[in-house]
Each structure stands twice: as C-alpha cells, then as structure tokens.
Ligand binder design. Structure first.
Ligand code: GMT
Length: 373
C-alpha cells in the first residue's frame, strides 16, 4: 500500500504519533509519503519513507502563503505521481479538509482517514468560524479515528458527527523510552545528588495550566528538597519565569527549552507533573510511564484512560493544587512508592500502548477505509 501522511511537523504529540506510525508502516513494507511544510521533527531516513515539502504560494497579491491551498495542491501532486491508495490526515485542522479536497481533484480517487488528536476539536476547533469547516471535513472522511474514548464522545457530541469514530490509543517505542536510559551523569547535569527531580514537559500554552505547575512546586519545595525541570517552549513561558521570581524559587527551577530527545531526560526524573485543563490522551504521561517514572496529572479528558489512579500515578482536578502538591510530596518522599508506581506504569505501557499493536490497528483501519470507499 502507498500511504500519504499529512501532519504538523513541529514538536508536539500529533506530529510525533504521525511520524512513528509512518516509520512503523515503512518497516512492514508500506511506502509512506509525508506531506508537510517542514520535515517532521522526529522523521528519520529509512527505506520506504519519503518527505514532500509544501512550499507556500508566493505572489504579491497575497499577504500570506495560502498554506491550505498549497497543501491541497501538494497532496494532489503526490497522490497523482505516486498513485497513493489512501491519505491519512493527523490533526483535523486544516489537514482533513485539504485531504478531502485533494481526493475530489485527483484522477484516481482515494479514501481519507482523519485522526483527531485533541485541541483540533477541544480548543482550536471551538473557534466559531472554523467549526463548520472542521465538522464538514470530519464527516467527509472515509474513516475517522481518535486517541481516547473521551475524545470520541466529545467529538461526536460537540460536532454532531453521525459516522462511527474508531479509538486507536497512542503508542510508544518501549526501547527508546525506557528506564534503562536513566544515567547518573545526565541526572547530575540537572540537579544535585540530594535534590529530587520534578519534571514538566509542554508547549506552555494556557491549556497546559503551567501556572499551577509553579504554584504547586512552590508548596512542594517547602517540604522536600527538590528541583523543577521544565522542558519545552511556548507563549506562557515568560509569565512562568516571572512567577518563579515573585515566589522566590527561581534558583530551584531549570528551563531546558525544546529538547529533541526527551527520552534521554525523562528517565532521570522522580516524578512527571502535568496539570492540563485538556488532554485528549497525554503522550507525556505515557512517555513517563514507559520510562518507569510516576506521574501526577490532572484528571482531564482522556488522561484517566492512560494513567491508572493510585497505581501508575495520581490524578486530581486541574485546579486542585493542594491535592497535587500532596501527591507529589508523597511520591518524592517515599522511594518505595516511587519505584512501585514507576514499575507499574512501565508494565501498563507495555501491555496497553505497544507500538506494533497500534500499527496493526491502523493497518486494519486502512484496509477498512479502502473496502468502504
Ligand atoms: O499537547 C498538545 O497540546 C499538542 C497536541 C498536538 O496535537 O500535538 O497534543 C494532542 O495530541 C497528542 C497526541 O495524540 C495527545 O497526546 C495530547 O493529549 C493532545 N493534547 C491535548 O489534547 C491538549
């Protein structure tokens, strides 16, 4: 089969899953064509993998590069040139509509699969003018999938989607994300030996509730000798830095910015903390679990389908910073609890979110889309 994959190339869960899916498909013999405005940040060169860059349309009449037109045109070109059997759009905005339009334009028609990743319906998708476009393109996809039962329910209700939506959980490479990559040398680059490491990883957007990360850590460090290590970049970062200064904890917080290989950093954490307001799944929680690190998270959206309360981590309401601080203190001050939860999370990741199982589910979904079309 020849598959086109359309995704956002920048650091983030949807692009990561699209990339890992494409690599997995290529390894079992598929020809996979990635189409985006830049090479997806984790895309490696392997047999069967092609990358096609979308160039913006540069004409003095237009103020912007007309990305959705340019992307649609590129999908048409690649589908015609490589005789694609199917195009898979990750993150519905704008990919799902572009894939559908392209399928109406090419000589040989092809089915489209849309995977809804989260903010494409919970945040951006709620934008009034975009809503009807998003709903139209989701309804027009031959097959729709999403990453948790929560997200399926939410999308069906909020977008009045009549067709079925299949849930395929996100997945992880258990060799790459593993406790075996913990390293004392790297840990010492992050914290001193007597400090516990609390870690948060995000795009620092309002949905990630990063003020709660700082306020909670403020309480934690009053009880446990700990360091907060923050990975990622985003619009709320400056506000967060200011808050650290105002609370007098700037010395206890390390900002690492965007990190390409988080798998080298996460196994060195004692606890990963994600108090998001929305999270269709939480790849970060899964990455922590695979690395054998306990999580303290909110109980938002799909997180309870990933984390097992009291077993692999603790969950609370996103604004309950007292409860989250208590849970973090418990994990950081009880080595046995930390190890037990870490080991349980690792096992849960192996049993429920294994890469090869999910690739097989996507293959079935493609076969179904082709049959249905
Ligand atoms: O976490 C983000 O805000 C980035 C976003 C994305 O589209 O890259 O992540 C979404 O998709 C991930 C992969 O399916 C999920 O693990 C994240 O939970 C989801 N984020 C939200 O729903 C906020």
């Amino acid at each position: 089969m020849r598959i086109g994959i359309v995704c956002h190339p920048t650091i983030g869960g949807s692009g990561l899953i699209a990339t890992q899916l494409g690599i997995g498909l290529a390894r079992i013999g598929y020809e996979v064509h990635f189409i985006s405005h830049a090479r997806p940040f984790k895309l490696v060169d392997e047999k069967g993998i092609f990358f096609h860059c979308v160039e913006g349309i540069d004409y003095p009449l237009f103020d912007d590069p007309l990305y959705t037109f340019a992307l649609t045109a590129k999908i048409v070109e690649i589908a015609n040139t490589y005789d694609l059997d199917l195009v898979h759009a990750h993150y519905s905005i704008p990919h799902s509509l572009c894939a559908y339009l392209a399928s109406e334009i090419t000589h040989k028609k092809f089915p489209t699969v849309t995977t809804i990743h989260g903010t494409d319906v919970t945040v951006v998708g709620q934008d009034k003018p975009l809503y009807p476009l998003n709903r139209f393109s989701i309804n027009k996809s031959t097959v729709v999938t999403t990453v948790s039962n929560f997200q399926r329910r939410y999308t069906k209700e909020q977008f009045d989607i009549r067709k079925s939506i299949e849930v395929i959980y996100n997945f992880i490479d258990l060799d790459v994300f593993s406790p075996k990559h913990a390293s004392l040398e790297r840990r010492r680059m992050l914290a001193s030996d007597d400090e516990k490491i609390l870690m948060h990883i995000s795009n620092f957007r309002p949905v990630k509730n990063t003020e709660a990360v700082i306020e909670t850590f403020h309480m934690v460090q009053a009880k446990v000798n700990a360091r907060l290590v923050l990975l990622g970049n985003g619009p709320d970062l400056n506000k967060i830095k200011l808050l650290c200064q105002q609370l007098g904890i700037a010395e206890k917080v390390t900002f690492l910015g965007d990190v390409m290989h988080v798998e080298n950093i996460i196994p060195n954490a004692d606890c990963v903390f994600q108090p998001s307001y929305h999270e269709s799944f939480s790849m970060v929680a899964l990455e922590a679990m695979a690395c054998g690190v306990p999580t303290v998270t909110s109980n938002a959206d799909g997180i309870p389908e990933v984390v097992e309360q009291g077993k692999s981590g603790f969950m609370s309401e996103p604004n309950d910073i007292l409860a989250m601080a208590k849970d973090i203190i418990d994990v950081l001050s009880d080595t046995q609890l930390q190890q037990r939860m870490g080991a349980y999370g690792r096992k849960r990741a192996e049993q429920n979110f294994c890469w090869s199982d999910k690739i097989a589910e996507y293959v079935k979904c493609y076969e179904n889309a082709i049959l249905k079309y």
